[in-house]
Ligand binder design. Structure first.
Ligand code: B12
Length: 210
């Protein structure tokens, strides 16, 4: 079994093949992090680049996303850590107007695996829904995801809505997604930023002091 075939399968949008190779890799004891970071995310990066260069189109993006999601499902249970107590509550969602959820779900799985309780409120989430979820679940951390330059500005709208609701000080806000960076995070008044799921958890722990 060649793990590069997983990269190829995701790039070609072949879900069954991606699942099969992932199953085999798990069986052979390859670390889930390696499978995700070295093959899956790289394939999604490549399809994104092809899309940008006009060499791939939306249906191909969808097929690749479907293949990655299918294979990721197998890895999810393996990302669960041994933690028996919850170390914090995280509400996570993708902003209004934005339908990208692969990265968000990966961040959510990583948090779960590291012992956080995660409330995943989905995609295309309006500010009021973020506020409601933080209130309802008394969240320690709010994670906001955006993958489009046109939707990332909405993250500030969410932070303003938290302020208007009087709960901004009760929750740490983390932002992320491909177009987001540290200086943007600072500019909109977020507490933390990370460009990947692993360091997102480390940053969250730092923010809530666990
Ligand atoms: C898959 C994909 C799609 C799929 C999404 C399927 C799904 N269910 O998610 C579909 C086909 C639906 C899609 C649609 C569109 N897409 Co699209 N898509 C992508 C693609 C190829 C991959 C995204 C992905 O899943 N990456 C893999 C994951 C693991 O990485 P990630 O999302 O970045 O997440 C990681 C980090 O960013 C971080 N992170 C993410 N969220 C958060 C949150 C927090 C709090 C933290 C701390 C960290 C964090 O951790 C994650 C894990 O490590 C990207 C290209 C790219 N390279 O990003 C384009 C891309 C994002 N799409 C793009 C575009 C233009 C579109 C469309 C407008 C296309 C169209 N003309 O219709 C639509 C918009 C739909 C909408 N309203 O949202 C552009 C955006 C350009 C821009 N600058 O705004 C990109 C960059 C492609 C390109 N190069 O042009 N897309």
């Amino acid at each position: 079994m060649e793990l590069n075939q997983l990269y190829d399968a995701i790039l070609a949008g072949k879900m069954e093949q991606a699942i099969e190779i992932t199953r085999e890799a798990i069986y052979q004891g390859v670390a889930p992090q390696e499978i995700i970071n070295e093959y899956m995310i790289k394939a999604m990066g490549e399809i994104g680049q092809r899309f940008q260069d006009g060499k791939a189109f939306v249906p191909q993006l969808l097929m690749s996303a479907r293949a990655m999601k299918g294979a990721l499902e197998l890895l999810k249970p393996l990302l669960q850590g041994a933690a028996s107590v919850t170390i914090g509550k995280v509400v996570i969602g993708t902003v209004k107007g934005d339908l990208h959820d692969i990265g968000k779900n990966l961040v959510a799985s990583m948090f779960e695996g590291c012992g956080f309780e995660v409330i995943n409120i989905g995609i295309d989430v309006p500010a009021e829904k973020f506020v409601e979820a933080v209130k309802e679940h008394n969240a320690d951390i709010l994670c906001i995801s955006a993958l489009l330059t046109t939707t990332m500005t909405y993250m500030e709208v969410v932070i303003e809505a938290l302020k208007a609701a009087g709960i901004r000080e009760q929750v740490k806000v983390m932002v992320g997604g491909a177009p987001v960076n540290e200086s943007f995070a600072v500019q909109i008044g977020a507490d933390g930023y990370s460009d990947n799921a692993n360091s997102a958890v480390a940053k969250a722990k730092e923010l809530i002091g666990v």
